[in-house]
Structure formats: C-alpha cells, structure tokens
Design a binder for this molecule. Structure first.
Ligand SMILES: Nc1ncnc2c1ncn2[C@@H]1O[C@H](COP(=O)(O)OP(=O)(O)OP(=O)(O)O)[C@@H](O)[C@H]1O
Ligand SMILES: [Mg+2]
Length: 449
C-alpha cells in the first residue's frame, strides 16, 4: 500500500517543491497550507507528517502537540530553519520523529521518510499482534459439562459463518466472552472488536456515538469523528445489552444493517460499512416490550444461549480452581488447594452472578481475603465451616468425606451396605454424612447439577 504523507508548510512555493519531491519518490502526498488545515483532515488515513517548524498561528511544534493531545500517534518530521536548534530539541522531546535543517538535502529527506515509515509499520504490526493475542487470551471458555461443550461447539459454528448473532444469557454467564471468542475465531479476527454498551445510549447521544459526525458539525471536534459503527469496519461490533436500545435508534440501526452503509451526522455521503454485529441481551428479545420485531428478525437468525451455573454445575470446581490459580500466580503465591469438600460445597451454593461471581469468589479465596460467599446455599444443609488453610484435620476430613461418597456411590446410596464396607456402625456413617453434607442419593448433597 502506498504511504500517504501529509505535508504542511505556509510557504506555497516550498510546499509544492516538497510535495513534488516526495511524490516523485513514489509516495502519495496531501498538501496543507497550515497546521489547522491538517488537523481538520485528521479523520482521513495518513502515515506520517512532514511539517515546517515556523508557521504563523500554529507552528510545527504546536501541530505535534495537538496531535498527541488527541492521541494521534502519527510520526512527525519537522523542517527547521538555520539556528532553530533549540526548538528542534524541544520538538524531539515532545515526540517528533526527526528534524531536518533547511535547506535540506533531498536524498537525506527521502531516507528519513523511508526510515520513519518502516518504523511506523513495525510499530503498527506489534500493536496489531498484541491486540490479536490479547483477544485470544481473553477468550478461553472453560468447562467440561454438556452445557459448556455445547456452547463451545456453537461458538465454533458461528465463528465459521459471517452472520449477525444474538447472545442471550443471564448476568455473568459469559456473553461478552462468547462474543469475543466468536470474533477471535472468525475471519474477522485481525479486524477490530468494538464493544458498545447500549445502556449508555440516550436518545440524544446515540446518533453521534453510533454514526459519528462530519467535519464542522461540532466546534469542539471540528475535524469530525467516526462513530462506533465505522470504528468496527472490517471487524465485529458488539452491541451489549441491546434490549436497552431506545426505539428510535433501533429503527436507524436496522436501516444501517440492511444497507451496510453509514452516514456521519452532517454528511450526505454514505460510507460503506463492513461489520458483523453481535448483540447481547439478558432477556430474550421477543419478550421485550418495545423491541422492534423487524430488528429482532434481522438479528435473531442466529442465536446463542450462554448457560447458567445451574446448568453447568459440574464445572464449578474446575472454573473455581482455574481462577483461584490465576489469581495466586498473579500475586506470586503458591497454587491454592481446592479440597474436595470445598468443591462439593461450592456446587451446593447458588451463584446468581454465575461465572463472574464464582470467579470473584475464587480470587478472594486464593488470596485469603474472604470466605466463600456464593450467595445462599441452593439446597442441602448449610456448610459446616469455612474452608481455612489446609490443616491436617482438614485434609483428613476431606479424605474421609471423599471415601464415604465413593463407597455410597458404589452401593447406589445404600447406607447399610456402605457402613458395612467402611466397617463403621450405620449411625456413625449417618453422623459423618450429615457433617460433610453428603446425601445417600448422590454422594454429595445436591450435587449442584
Ligand atoms: N465458561 C467460562 N469459562 C471461563 N470464564 C468464564 C466463562 N464464562 C464466563 N467467564 C468469565 O466470567 C466473567 C463474566 O463474563 P462476561 O463478562 O462475558 O459475562 P456477561 O454474560 O457479559 O455478563 P453481564 O450480562 O453481566 O454483562 C468474565 O471474567 C469471563 O471471562
Ligand atoms: Mg456483559
């Protein structure tokens, strides 16, 4: 791809000579007579800036600072007059890529340009790879239960097609995780993943946030700005909590999704839009009063439901252990033990906040910050004691409970025969079962699933 170089100089003759030189070297140039004019053209793609240092109103240094203030990391090369060394030093401190003293040597200038563009390409590549890796990392979906295996399979299927998706699930069940996983495994994985929480969209703000605005619409942002839709171009847009989207915005969004074109506010030229929409919702959309059915049908061809921990109860110990270990490692602590008895107890607790709550609980446990606080027990007797550090007594109890559960299982829950096998009186067995929260039908009371 040809590099686009913005060239800024208030002297028209210098400007055109410089443009000719750079263009002849095979680059694409855009000429600006002032720093302000260049700032106004910022939304358009550019790869570097060459600017004169001394200009009336805003000088080259001012331009550089204005770019950085807007978090634009375009490399800037400044051309300084003779004796401007002090300014040049300041420019480098402010983050200029390089400076050349005028009259510059053409060959030298072209080599500075080439080096700058190469360095910029390398920086972009590193940033892109970091982004891809971060997305992959975030997207590990744990669980061996039928529910979680089903979820992973469905994600793989959805990643292989390019259709819009609605993800439905209770809070903390991994809707965002699933959306990121679909993106990361899809053909769009190297494109952006943009998340937009619809709950923050008011009727007044929604349009500019979604569609952006053209140059000159707002005094405070005169250059114009891309909206979230455009920011997701080439990638995936997650519309989080889509059920909260105001009805008027639903209508506008529907049109964009049908036409795959977006018009910034105040512009009349629509821009093509290549995005995939993944909407998430806590309530099934068809049950939501005021959700447009046409938008619903537009999105709902491909649905994905994330399971609650009630449906994936057998995964509770695994997910807990995983996040406890991650937290411990993050703080340089030894891997925490998750004794069997604690695992059984975790399975018996209700987790209204689902994996998010379980994760928070695991982290607190790993760091010794709190006792397990997974809501209220879903069933069975209240857990006898909090899981302290693994003392000998704890370990013995854990071993004993596990043995008893296994023997009970082997005898189909028959306590008489289990007591025989264990060589203890039946009454003693009943006492121990009560203490450990074991029931005769499932080994562990409730079992969680
Ligand atoms: N199956 C899973 N395996 C591992 N981690 C998971 C799983 N499901 C969810 N998580 C983790 O639980 C946390 C909550 O997940 P996420 O933010 O995706 O939930 P959500 O459904 O979007 O919740 P909300 O509706 O409250 O926004 C995240 O840290 C996520 O990584
Ligand atoms: Mg979420």
């Amino acid at each position: 791809m040809t590099a686009i170089i913005n060239i800024v100089d208030d002297d028209a003759d210098h400007l055109s000579a410089l443009c000719d030189l750079v263009e002849t070297a095979g680059h694409q140039v855009r000429a600006f007579g002032s720093a302000q004019a260049m700032l106004a053209a910022l939304p358009d793609r550019a790869d570097m800036v060459i600017s004169d240092l001394r200009m009336p109103e805003m000088d080259g240094l001012g331009l550089l600072k204005a770019l950085r203030a807007r978090s634009v990391s375009l490399p800037v090369v400044l051309l300084t007059g003779h004796g401007d060394v002090a300014h040049a030093v300041e420019a480098i401190r402010a983050g200029a890529e390089d400076f050349l003293e005028k009259p510059y040597d053409s060959a030298h200038l072209l080599s500075v340009i080439r080096r700058t563009l190469d360095a910029q390409t390398a920086r972009n590549e590193v940033a892109r790879l970091q982004q891809v890796l971060a997305e992959r990392d975030k997207a590990a979906i744990l669980g061996a239960s039928r529910a979680m295996r089903g979820l992973r399979a469905r994600i793989a299927t959805l990643a292989s097609v390019d259709l819009d998706v609605v993800i439905t699930g209770e809070t903390g069940t991994g809707k965002e995780l699933a959306a990121r996983a679909i993106h990361a495994d899809s053909a769009r994985s190297e494109g952006p993943f943009v998340a937009l929480n619809c709950a923050v969209l008011s009727e007044a703000s929604a349009e500019t946030i979604l569609f952006g605005h053209g140059a000159g619409v707002f005094a405070h942002d005169a250059g114009g700005r891309a909206g979230k839709l455009e920011a997701a171009h080439g990638g995936t847009l997650m519309l989080d909590e889509v059920e909260t989207m105001p009805p008027t915005i639903q209508a506008k969004l529907l049109r964009v999704l049908q036409e795959r074109m977006v018009e910034r506010i105040g512009e009349t030229r629509p821009r093509p839009l290549d995005i995939r929409v993944i909407a998430t919702t806590k309530k099934p959309l068809r049950l939501i009063d005021g959700f447009r059915s046409d938008l619903f049908y537009r999105l709902a061809g491909t649905e994905l439901a994330t399971p609650t921990l009630r449906e994936a109860g057998e995964d509770i110990p695994l997910i807990f252990a995983h996040y406890a270990q991650l937290a411990a490692r993050r703080y340089g602590r030894p891997d925490p033990e998750v004794p069997w008895l604690l695992q059984q107890r975790l399975k018996r607790l209700a987790w209204p906040g689902n994996v998010r709550e379980l994760k928070a609980s695991a982290e607190a446990y790993a760091l010794g910050l709190s006792e397990i606080s997974g809501g209220s027990p879903a069933s069975g007797p209240a857990p006898a004691q909090a899981p302290g550090p693994a003392t000998l007594a704890d370990r013995v109890a854990d071993f004993e409970a596990r043995e008893i559960a296994a023997v009970l299982d082997a005898h189909g829950g028959n306590t008489l025969r289990a007591a025989e096998t264990l060589g203890i009186p039946r009454r003693t067995l009943n006492d121990k079962m009560r203490r450990y929260g074991l029931s005769s039908d499932q080994g562990a009371a409730g079992g969680g699933s």
